[in-house]
Design a protein. Structure first.
Lengths: 256, 492
């Protein structure tokens, strides 16, 4: 993997820091992700994963530092929106639209005709499992898992070069989890899409990603390439972490 | 346990974002409520004089007895429109080891804690004490009070019962509202029945036999019991909620808008937002009601002047811009992050807003054209104010939208909903309402109204033709505030 070579850089993070009420929630001096990598982001609740995602997507202004996508800062630029697709939470969905209307809208932004969108959606029939299309519901009336499917599908629809997903496995059923995994692998290996995915499910994340970033209290404490021992290594970290502070763990942001 | 419930209730009130964090708003709110209470109390204290002088020449007690049931009919109508169902709050207690009866009783009881139940006593209380107690004796006065209690309780639970039923079937609400209106009309318009006579029949006899006060108390108790048993049988989430039974939601598209490309798509989404969510829909429906302003003002000789026409026309063609625009971009708060990361340029986003406002204002302008009946000048003024609205007021509203960081929940109704209201809305209303008169006023003063009108039209047109310039300014302004706006919208 040609680390550090500028022309292939997809995500470059430099001196990134975010402080809330005097507490540093993200502090990443340097990370570089090259085109075609599949990166997993793991860490306990409050480790700063979602905040990091939001800074990559220019939704939060960092205290210091910057994020560059393809060597162009995200802040103040809009180019990155052309090749980046992301789904962090339901706040990304327009919930008073039907899923179809939402897909047509997103497709339209990328100059795709409704017919083209329909065509693409038909390839996701398995993934939707008959629960999304033509159900006569607005997105707000769907379950959390089905909303997640809509969000992920709208990402795929955009033919992105960079895909960011925050805990895509969290609310979906096991069958969909496996389908999503194979979709992600296919995107990365056959279409060269760079992926950055966070998850609490260590099995899934080590299965899908070639490289794992482990966050703790806003800092990336491990940056490892996935191999046969990675899962054990991670399980050890989280197991020990939980033994030490199991009683004080408060589940604040994610529902698990 | 009930105490614990009440304590939670108080916490919910004080800690809700709705209550408003800033003290200024709380003070303004309480001042407004006090003001309303004071008006009602003033009417209440002078009810004897009002009844004695204007309405009927006869005995004040007779006319007083006549209006009570009339009041309660109107009361029922407004309750149907405005009173909130106090139900969803029990959700977190349903699965806990708490007796169903206790929950239901608590629900039924807290339903009484509504301002609506205060009005009749403030309005009629003083009269009962001042006139009835002194003229007819304490026992009769007590009879009146007890009857008021009975009728208030009856109305309270009847309205809630209808609303609960309406949650399962929307037609019930329409039928109930229509029946209330029909009863009113058959008295005042068709003179088929006389509620006043009926009211006097009861309360007149109450003067003779105070025991009759038991009757309203009984129907009140009956209504309470009906509510209680209904609640107890239906203590399930989907039946308690304020969500209607869902029917098939079909996709729609607006072929006309799709010609505008991605701006049109964004505008189409906004139309869907307006018509598919309760609060935004009520902003639109309110606009339809404002269409009657013309009928009220133009038919009145004293108010049929040009100055009033400027005022009325501005409201009729621009009420939606004012009403909906003041909460811009909060309407999209729940998916603002999604908009920011998607391939939507903010310029298109703004253009879509202009397009949407222009379409809706044009729609309202078309609705007001029949007012040409009051002279072609009326129509001309309407058109001028329409130009002003889509030119100046849209830009003004969007300028303030960049300064609005409050999230709002679209699914809740607009009545008494203070969510998303901040200092912004108060400040915004000043230029919105005053600007046209600052320009028009001086000319009207020197009887050169035509010049004033022409100036309004010209300024409106200038703003319309320089839209792209304003869009650029607004975009640059937005870029400096986007993080604050997005963060504000993220905090629930």
């Amino acid at each position: 993997m040609p680390k550090g070579s500028e022309p292939n850089s997809m995500i470059a993070i430099k001196n990134l820091k975010k402080v809330y009420n005097g507490i540093t929630v993200v502090n990443v001096p340097e990370v570089r992700i090259t085109k075609g990598e599949s990166v997993g982001l793991v860490g306990n609740n409050g480790a700063g994963k979602t905040t990091l995602f939001r800074m990559i997507l220019d939704l939060i202004r960092p205290e210091t530092g910057q994020v560059l996508l393809r060597d162009e800062p995200v802040a103040g630029h809009e180019n990155w929106k052309n090749y980046t697709a992301s789904y962090l939470d339901e706040g990304f969905l327009i919930d008073y639209l039907t899923p179809e209307e939402y897909f047509y809208f997103i497709g339209g932004l990328h100059q795709q005709s409704p017919a083209h969108v329909d065509d693409y959606l038909s390839s996701l029939t398995d993934f939707f499992n008959g629960e999304i299309l033509k159900k006569g519901k607005y997105i707000r009336d769907l379950s959390k898992g089905n909303q997640c499917k809509v969000g992920v599908a709208s990402c795929l629809l955009q033919n992105p070069e960079l895909l960011l997903l925050d805990e895509p496995f969290a609310n979906i059923d096991p069958s969909t989890q496996f389908r999503l995994k194979s979709i992600l692998k296919d995107l990365n290996q056959n279409k060269g899409v760079t992926t950055l995915i966070s998850s609490h499910d260590l099995n899934h994340i080590t299965d899908v990603c070639d490289r794992i970033l482990l966050m703790e209290k806003g800092v990336i404490i491990k940056d490892i390439e996935t191999n046969s021992s990675t899962l054990n290594e991670l399980e050890e970290y989280f197991g020990v972490g939980q033994l030490a502070s199991a009683s004080s763990q408060v589940d604040r942001e994610e529902n698990h | 346990m009930t105490i614990t419930f009440l304590r939670h209730e108080l916490k919910a009130f004080w800690r809700s974002k709705n209550t408003g964090k800033s003290i200024a708003i709380r003070i303004l709110m309480s001042l407004m409520i006090l003001y309303l209470l004071a008006i009602v109390a003033y009417v209440g204290f002078n009810l004897d004089k009002i009844l004695g002088s204007k309405l009927l020449k006869g005995d004040v007690v007779v006319s007083f007895s006549g209006i009570i049931l009339l009041y309660f009919l109107a009361d029922l109508f407004f309750r149907l429109l405005l009173q909130e169902l106090p139900t969803l709050r029990v959700q977190p207690y349903l699965q806990l080891p708490i007796k169903r009866n206790l929950l239901v009783r608590y629900l039924a009881f807290t339903a009484l804690l509504s301002v609506f139940n205060l009005w009749p006593f403030i309005l009629f209380g003083p009269f009962i004490i001042k006139i009835i107690a002194t003229d007819l004796g304490g026992l009769v006065a007590l009879g009146f009070i007890v009857s008021l209690v009975g009728l208030t309780v009856f109305n309270n639970y009847l309205a809630l019962y209808i609303k609960r039923k309406a949650n399962l079937n929307g037609w019930i609400f329409l039928v109930a509202a229509a029946v209330t209106i029909l009863i009113g009309l058959s008295d005042f318009l068709w003179h088929l029945i006389s509620i006043r006579n009926f009211s006097y029949l009861f309360f007149g006899n109450l003067v003779k036999y105070p025991v009759l006060a038991i009757a309203p108390l009984l129907i009140g108790a009956l209504m309470y019991y009906l509510n209680f048993s209904y609640l107890k049988d239906n203590l399930y989430l989907e039946e308690l909620g304020s969500r209607r039974a869902t029917k098939y939601k079909s996709s729609t598209d607006y072929p006309l808008l799709s010609r505008f490309g991605s701006v049109g798509d964004l505008a189409a989404n906004e139309f869907k937002l307006i018509f598919r969510n309760k609060r935004s829909r009520s902003a639109f429906i309110m606009g339809l009601f404002i269409m009657f302003y013309g009928l009220i003002f133009y038919t009145n000789k004293e108010m049929n002047t040009e100055g009033y026409k400027v005022f009325v026309s501005m409201f009729m063609t621009g009420i939606f811009i004012i009403n909906y625009g003041q909460f811009m971009f909060s309407w999209q708060a729940s998916h603002f992050d999604g908009l920011l990361v998607s391939k939507v340029s903010f310029v298109d986003f703004l253009k879509a807003k202009y397009l949407m406002f222009t379409i809706i204002s044009t729609f309202f302008l078309l609705l007001t054209t029949p007012y040409a009946y009051f002279g072609w000048k009326t129509l001309l003024i309407e058109i001028i104010m329409y130009l002003w609205n889509i030119g100046v007021n849209t830009t003004l509203v969007l300028f303030f939208a960049n300064r609005n960081y409050k999230r709002i929940d679209l699914s809740r109704g607009a009545a008494f909903n203070w969510e998303g209201v901040g200092g912004n809305q108060w400040i915004l209303s000043i230029p919105l309402l005053i600007a046209p008169f600052v320009i028009y006023g001086p000319f009207a003063l020197f009887h050169k109204t035509d010049i004033g009108l022409a100036l309004l039209a010209i300024i409106g047109l200038v703003f319309i033709f320089t839209r792209n310039f304003w869009i650029k300014k607004l975009e640059a302004d937005f870029q400096t505030k986007r993080y604050t706006i997005a963060e504000g919208f993220r905090t629930k």
